[in-house]
Each structure stands twice: as C-alpha cells, then as structure tokens.
Design a protein around this ligand. Structure first.
Ligand code: DON
Length: 587
C-alpha cells in the first residue's frame, strides 16, 4: 500500500514525468486524498509523453503518429489537426469521421484565437415535427436511428476551411496518409476489435456497414488488418479535389442516392450549400487563467464559462477535492448552467443566444447568491424528482495538438452515437452521423428523463443542432497552459469543467487532473452521476443527506489533453487512461 502523502510529494517533485498509468496503479489499493478511496486503473493506461517541440494526443496511435509526422515535416498545428482528423476517420470509425461534424478552437502563437464550426446542419426539408411517426407520436427511432437522423456532414468543409485560412502544408499531404490507412489497411487493436464485435449484430440492418466492418461476416480479431477500399477511394477524391471531392461529384451523388433509398432528406443541393463557419470563441477568465472555448451552436463554452464564473466566488480548494461539499457546489452550478442551456442555447444563426449575459461575472454573482440562499446543502426546490439517467456514451472523440511555434488546436468531432447512424454510404465507404438527434424531440416535449422541448433548438431547414462539445484552450499571462476536451454527450462540459478546476484550484499535475474521478449533473433528471469510486460510501451518504440523488457510473469522458510545463515550456501529453488506445506522440 502506498502512503498518499509520500506518493504525492514524489509526484510533486517530478510531476511532468509521472504517467497517468503510474498514477492510477500506484494509488490503486492505497489511500486516496482527502479520505477518498484510492483511484485504481480504469483501463490499461497509456504513458504520459513529454516533448520539446510538437505534440498530438488522440484516440488512436496511428493517428497521433501521422499528426506528429506532419509537424516534423514543417506543418503547423492546424495541418497536423487535419491529418489526424482524416486518419481517425479510418482508424477510429466509432467517432472519427468524414460523415459527421465538429468544432476546432485555435490559439495562435501571438495569443489571437478563433473557432471553426463545422457542425452538421439540418437539410432544407427539415421541420420541428419531423421526428414524429405516422400516428403523430414522437419516435426516438426516427429521431436517433433512421435516415432522417442524418445531418448534412461538416467535417470535410471544416478541414478545408481550416487549411485555406491557417494551414501551411500541402492539402494532399494531409489527406494522403489516411488514404494509405484505408487502402492498405491498418492493424486492429483490441479495443476496436471488441467494439466491432459488439456492434456486428446491430450492423446487420445495414449490409454495407456489416461488410465493411467484418471479415466476411466474422468479427475482426486484434492484430488483423482492416482494409476499407471504398473509403480509400472517397479520401482520394477529397485529397485530389478538396471539398468538392466530398460535397460534389461522385461522393455527393452516392450520399444523396443512399438518402433517397432509405427515406432520408439530404440532397445534393444540401451538400453543395454546406459551409463551415468561423466564429469568435467564447472567452472567460478563471482565477487569472484565460478560458477559450467553443461558442454556439455548441453549448459547451458558454456553459463552461458560466459555471467557472460561479465557482470563482468560492474557495473551492478549501472544500477538499471530491468531498461532499465540493460535489454539492459543482452540482448546484451544473444544474443551473444546464437549465440555461436548455432555455437559451441553439444555433446563433437562428436564435438570439444571450452568450454575453450568461458568461458575465454579474450573472454568475446572481446565481451564486441563489445557491447560497438555499437551505444548507439542499437541492433547488424548482427541480423535479430523481429519474433514471440515460447513460451518455463516450462515442465522440477529442484530440489536442500543439506545434513548435506554440500554435494550439483543440478539436472535438463526432458522428453522435458510436458509428453514428450505422449507415455506411454504399460505394463511398464512410459512416453517416445521426446528429439530428441533438435537435429537441418535438415542440414542448420536456421530460424528467432529460428530453428537452424548448423552442430554440428545434429542427429547422439549415439550422445546426445544439452540441455539448467543448474543445477548450487554457492560457495564462499570454502563455499556453493546456488544450482540453472530451467526448461524452452532455457530460463533456462537466468533464472539461472538472479538469480546469483540478488544474487551477487543486493545482494537480496533468496526469492527475485528467485521471481524477468526475461527476455529472444536467438539470434534468435531478440526479448526480458519480464516476465509480468518486468518493467513499460514507461521503456519498453525506451527499445524499444534502438532498442529492446519486447514480453511479463506471466511466465519464475520454479527455486526450496537452499541458505545458510552466517551468520548462515542455509539452506534456496526457491520453486519458480511460481509453487504452489513446496515444500521445511528440518530438
Ligand atoms: O454534439 C454533441 O454534443 C453530441 N452529439 C456528442 C455525442 C457524444 O459525445 C457521444 N454520446 N453521447
């Protein structure tokens, strides 16, 4: 058994060299901080990597290495992010994509920032009641798993925009490695093999998907080579023609044909009209740190800054990490930010979103006063009783990139559910998203289980669906501090929040800030979801006495992050130990 104080002092002495794996296994079975049970390895973990010049941390080794090769060859962080993203579209089919969408936050070496929105959008034929069945009832199947659940993909347009505006390498050199991975194949690792095996029965509905992700109907085994010839051909068109290789010609035709065949709504016109949007990031400050994150149509940055502003008025460190008091305060800010998310947040091109007010210190002071005025520890009276929390899967992916000039890129992109709609475009080899499920179900349908029917985020022609993805960058005194983000649906915002709090309030070293257990509350249902071993049973009982219904979950988020050692300037890549394939590559 490791004495935590001894362990912690060793950790403090050489924090940058301690891996998340070591952190988890050293503390397994030992006593944790503040009387909490010790952490133990959740998955087999990857080592933290320290590098001098450039770094990529992503969900698959080949993708991180391809991104790092781009940096070594003189490309900048945007170039590496594009190459990593295309590689993940081949090696990480659960979330890596060209048939989905996402967000990219960039901080340039001189401190300027920007945000790229390549979120999917609704096709021209969309309307708020499109997810009802023939009898006029809301249908979760139509909303989440049908051709109507597919949004107009944004990833290729986003990468093309990023490259035109900020890239420095040749476009074809960024796509070509992914062409190779698809055409020649890549080695299936254990996690992917298990995931594909689990999914195979569900893929039977979609013969193209079943064929692409099985060996003549049998599951791939770890060590097998997975070749995706049709995907390779599509990537070649993208390599040779840029965005037109996806949004026009053969690829667009094949996609539109599949939509027509399956009763979907996306047409070649929808594809031709898709444009990525460059937006001003949402920014805030937290105890002297600058927070740069994604604006609407993601709710992520706005909710993150709103919550940090409220927390800033309290001495969070004094509460004790993951203590009942700490958890209570996190829950109270989360429930309010998520209520505001449901009330106000949506595509800013369609709704008037009061980002400035929600992210202001004045508004935070009002919320703080409400929390403080509550009975000691009680949940807010306006909230409904506990109900079952639908588990949020981790089927999105976040990756972080920093180059030798200090340019930082934070990307979270997704197909929404794992393997999205599970529809592969025949002849084009890529999976389509089911992102339309992120629109509200139907006007007025708000339930205790978490369905939200508020007006701003209803499906309308060409509107972008509200997201929780929170690619974020932290800086301080003009210097880069960290690149952070995670998958996990609505839990994403809270995962990022806790990594920031761990870093700023608890001064944790990177590996610990990422490995530490997390919690989640999203207003409705009124349940706090604690990651396994978040706190002891005794502390959980105290939290329950404070009025919080508790639900335990095995895992929350996969945050592949990069930190900068403030003393040396070295880059510290921390793949989240919850993902055995997460890999930091640097030089
Ligand atoms: O954009 C979003 O917030 C979601 N579509 C992300 C989905 C996710 O992280 C995985 N599952 N719930």
């Amino acid at each position: 058994m490791i004495d935590f104080e001894t362990f912690a002092s060793r950790f403090r002495a050489r924090p940058w060299l301690l891996s998340a794996a070591a952190l988890l296994s050293l503390s397994a079975g030992g006593c944790g901080q503040n009387g909490q049970p010790a952490l133990e390895a959740v998955r087999s973990a990857q080592d933290v990597v320290e590098a001098e010049t450039g770094m990529v941390v992503s969900a698959y080794p080949d993708a991180s290495e391809i991104g790092t090769e781009v940096l070594r060859a003189g490309g900048n962080a945007v170039d590496a992010a594009i190459a990593t993203g295309f590689a993940l579209a081949v090696t990480h089919p659960t979330a890596g994509n060209i048939g989905g969408g996402g967000f990219m936050v960039i901080r340039f070496p001189d401190g300027r920032t920007t945000a790229l929105d390549f979120r999917e959008k609704a096709p021209l034929a969309a309307h708020p009641e499109m997810f009802l069945d023939e009898s006029g009832e809301y249908s979760a199947q139509v909303h989440h798993y049908s051709h109507l659940a597919v949004g107009v993909p944004g990833t290729v347009a986003g990468f093309a925009h990023a490259h035109e505006s900020y890239g420095s390498a040749e476009w074809r050199d960024l796509v070509d490695p992914a062409v190779g991975l698809a055409r020649d194949g890549f080695v299936v690792r254990e996690r992917l093999a298990r995931s594909l095996e689990r999914m195979l029965p569900r893929f039977e509905t979609y013969p193209t998907t079943h064929a692409q992700f099985s060996k003549d109907g049998s599951p791939y085994q770890p060590g097998d080579t997975l070749v995706q010839a049709d995907l390779g051909a599509t990537l070649e068109r993208i390599r040779d023609e840029g965005r037109a290789g996806f949004y026009a010609g053969t690829t667009a035709r094949l996609l539109a044909e599949e939509m027509e065949r399956g009763g979907g709504a996306i047409t070649e016109e929808d594809l031709a009209r898709y444009q990525a949007q460059e937006r001003a990031p949402v920014t805030g400050t937290y105890r002297g740190f600058d927070v740069i994150s994604m604006p609407p149509p993601s709710s992520g940055g706005t909710a993150l800054v709103e919550m940090l502003n409220v927390l800033e008025g309290w001495d969070v460190a004094a509460m004790g990490h993951n203590s009942p008091e700490h958890a209570h305060h996190l829950v109270e800010v989360m429930r309010r930010a998520f209520r505001d998310r449901a009330t106000y947040l949506a595509d800013p091109d369609f709704a008037d979103v009061p980002v400035e007010r929600l992210t202001s210190k004045e508004y935070a002071a009002e919320l703080r006063a409400v929390v403080e005025a509550g009975q000691a520890g009680a949940s807010s009276p306006e909230d409904v009783s506990a109900a079952a929390v639908a588990p949020e899967s981790a089927e999105t992916t976040h990756y972080s990139v920093v180059d030798g000039d200090g340019m930082a890129v934070s990307v979270t992109y997704t197909l929404e559910a794992g393997y999205g709609s599970m529809i592969t475009v025949p002849g084009a080899g890529f999976l389509l998203n089911n992102e339309m499920g992120d629109f509200n179900a139907r006007p007025g349908l708000t339930t205790e289980t978490g369905l939200i029917g508020t007006e701003p985020n209803l499906a309308r022609p060409e509107q972008r669906m509200l997201s929780s993805m929170t690619p974020t960058i932290l800086a301080r005194d003009g210097a880069l501090v960290a690149v952070v983000g995670s998958p996990g649906g609505r839990t994403i915002i809270n995962t990022v929040l806790q990594i920031v709090v761990n870093t700023v309030d608890f001064e944790m070293a990177p590996a610990q800030a990422v490995a530490s257990r997390r919690l989640h509350h999203q207003w409705l249902p009124n349940v706090v979801r604690l990651e396994e071993r978040y706190m002891s049973a005794e502390d959980a009982a105290v939290l329950e006495e404070m009025g919080h219904a508790i639900d335990w979950r095995s895992s929350q988020g996969i945050a592949h992050c990069i930190f900068v050692d403030p003393a040396t300037g070295a880059l510290v890549g921390v793949p989240d130990p919850r993902d055995s394939d997460g890999t930091a590559a640097g030089y």
